[in-house]
Design a protein around this ligand. Sequence first.
Ligand SMILES: [Fe+2]
Ligand SMILES: [Fe+2]
Length: 235
Amino acid sequence: MSELFGDGPARDSRFVVKERWAEMHNAPEGDPIATQEFLHRQMNEEVNSIEISARNLVDFPDAPWELRMAMARQCWDEARHVDAFRRLFEKRGGTVGEFPVLNFQYRIVTNLSSLAGRLTVQNRSFEAAGIDAIKDGIATYGQAHAADFVELFEAQLADEVQHVRYANEWVKRLAHDGGARIAFEIARAVAQADAALKIVAGGALTTYPVSDDLRREAGFTDEEIDTVRSLAQRD
Ligand SMILES: [Fe+2]
Ligand SMILES: [Fe+2]
């Protein structure tokens, strides 16, 4: 699309890949298809998360060992999430490839040139927003007594908090050690991802209530949580 996006990840012939939210199968809320479409879309997003972390390992071989271990563990966690979403989707009668998929996360994040920038956008932004969304999902599906959904979300949530937390720790360490150059790369990554996301979403960006407790557990300061909340309200 533009210099804001890298190449997409490979997908086999079962998948139809779209580039913008508006091209997806966006069923109205309450339609039974909407739930199936969500599970399928989320399954593919979890694949994106594996692919991004795996690319980080390949693209930044000189990153500190503990950070590389955290990214490798993330691949393992995300693989479990893919399986969990696929299982539930298929149990409810779904067929992989039934709906189109988006690979915007991979295309935005792997296009960023620094590891600090990638962790900031993928883990501290996309996945942190995911934490808010999962918490919202637990409440919604809990009210509907959908125990299989709640179980999936709770297992996923524990992992996602850890993904955000290690990124919070490491981005701060990388910024501390790398000084102004890393700070500049982080700021540029955020601006680039912001612009790219607007192209993908086209005004359809959904935000969920910011979860103070979980974000604190994931390593955000109170000041950072306030900033996220005021940005969400501004959009
Ligand atoms: Fe995940
Ligand atoms: Fe994750």
